[in-house]
Ligand binder design. Structure first.
Ligand SMILES: C[S@@+](CC[C@H](N)C(=O)[O-])C[C@H]1O[C@@H](n2cnc3c(N)ncnc32)[C@H](O)[C@@H]1O
Length: 273
C-alpha cells in the first residue's frame, strides 16, 4: 500500500515547522507539488529549501504536478470548486501511480495547516474512494495564517468569552450586500448567520482569501482591524486600527508588496471596539 503524508508547513517562516512535521518529512521520499499562481515559483523553492534543511537522507525528490484549471466565472461556485477538486484528484492520482512505488511514502507540503481553506484532504479522500490504487494518508498539522496573524499582532483571537468566525472575502461581501438590501435580508444574511449584523456582540471575524479589501465597506461602524500580509516572510506587513483610519494605508501597503513580490497574501481580524 502507498502512503501519503499531508504536512502543514506554516505560512512562510521555516522555523514554524513542527518537530512532527520534520519527522514526517524524513519519512517521505517523494514530495508532490501542485501549487499554481504567481507565487508558485517562490513557494516551490521554499519547499525545496525546507527539504534541503530538514531531511537527513538523500533519497528524496520533488515531483511537480500541473494543476487543473478552475472555472472562476461559473455561476455555481461550489459546483465549480468540486469539479476542479475532482480533476485535481485525477492528476495527483496519476502522478502517485507513476512516481510512488507500492509501500513507498510520499508527501505534500501544505501551506499553513491542511484543514484550513485547503482542498487537499478532499482530494486525497477522493483518490482513496475511487480505489484505483491502494492508498492511505495522514494529516500533520501546521501553523495557520490565522495563528501567525494573532501572534504577530500580539492579540488573542477571541474577545473574552466571545465567539470566533473564520470566513472569506467573498462571503463577507455577500453578507454586506445582503445587509444593504432589505429584500434579501431574510435570505442571504440569515443563511450566513448574520442576524446580528456583520459582527455580532463580542464576536471576532477573521477574513481570508480577500483580494478586494472588502473591509472598506465597514467604515464608520467603530470596527477595529488587525491586518497582516505575507506573514512570516521578510515582506511581512502589519497594520491595525479603526477601519476608516487605516484603510488607505492597508491598500497602499498591499499594492506595494504585490508590486515588489508579484504576489501578496493577506488575512485580517475584525471586531468591535
Ligand atoms: C488557500 S488559503 C490557505 C490557508 C492556509 N491553509 C492556512 O492554514 O493559513 C490562502 C489564504 O491564506 C491566507 N494566507 C496564507 N498565507 C499567508 C501569509 N503568509 N500571510 C497572510 N495571509 C496568508 C490568505 O488569506 C490567503 O488568501
Amino acid at each position: 500500500m502507498r502512503r501519503m503524508l499531508l504536512i502543514g508547513i506554516g505560512v512562510g517562516d521555516p522555523s514554524q515547522l513542527t518537530v512532527e512535521a520534520m519527522k514526517a518529512m524524513n519519512a517521505s521520499e517523494v514530495f508532490f507539488v501542485i501549487e499554481k499562481g504567481p507565487e508558485k515559483a517562490e513557494l516551490t523553492s521554499l519547499r525545496r529549501e525546507l527539504c534541503d534543511r530538514c531531511i537527513d537522507h538523500d533519497n528524496w525528490r520533488i515531483v511537480e504536478v500541473a494543476d487543473a484549471e478552475r472555472d472562476r466565472a461559473a455561476a455555481d461556485y461550489v459546483a465549480a470548486v468540486e469539479r476542479w477538486r475532482s480533476s485535481r484528484a485525477q492528476r495527483l492520482e496519476q502522478a502517485i501511480i507513476t512516481e510512488l512505488r507500492d509501500e513507498q511514502c510520499g508527501a505534500l507540503l501544505l501551506w499553513g495547516d491542511p484543514s484550513l481553506y485547503d482542498s487537499t484532504i478532499g482530494v486525497l479522500d477522493e483518490i482513496v474512494k475511487r480505489r484505483r490504487i491502494e492508498l492511505t494518508y495522514q494529516v500533520i498539522p501546521g501553523i495557520t495564517s490565522v495563528q501567525a496573524l494573532a501572534a504577530a499582532h500580539q492579540i488573542p483571537l477571541n474577545a473574552i468569552g466571545g465567539q470566533l468566525r473564520i470566513t472569506t472575502g467573498r462571503r463577507l461581501r455577500a453578507q454586506l450586500a445582503a445587509e444593504g438590501d432589505p429584500q434579501s435580508h431574510d435570505g442571504g444574511a440569515r443563511e450566513l448567520g448574520a442576524e446580528e449584523g456583520v459582527l455580532a456582540e463580542g464576536e471576532s471575524v477573521v477574513v481570508m482569501l480577500d483580494a478586494e479589501c472588502s473591509f472598506k465597506a465597514l467604515a464608520g461602524q467603530g470596527i477595529e482591524i488587525y491586518w497582516g500580509a505575507n506573514l512570516g516572510t521578510e515582506d511581512q506587513r502589519l497594520i491595525s486600527g479603526i477601519v476608516e483610519d487605516v484603510t488607505q494605508r492597508i491598500e497602499r501597503e498591499r499594492a506595494a508588496v504585490r508590486a515588489r513580490k508579484g504576489w501578496v497574501m493577506d488575512t485580517y481580524l475584525l471586531r468591535r471596539r
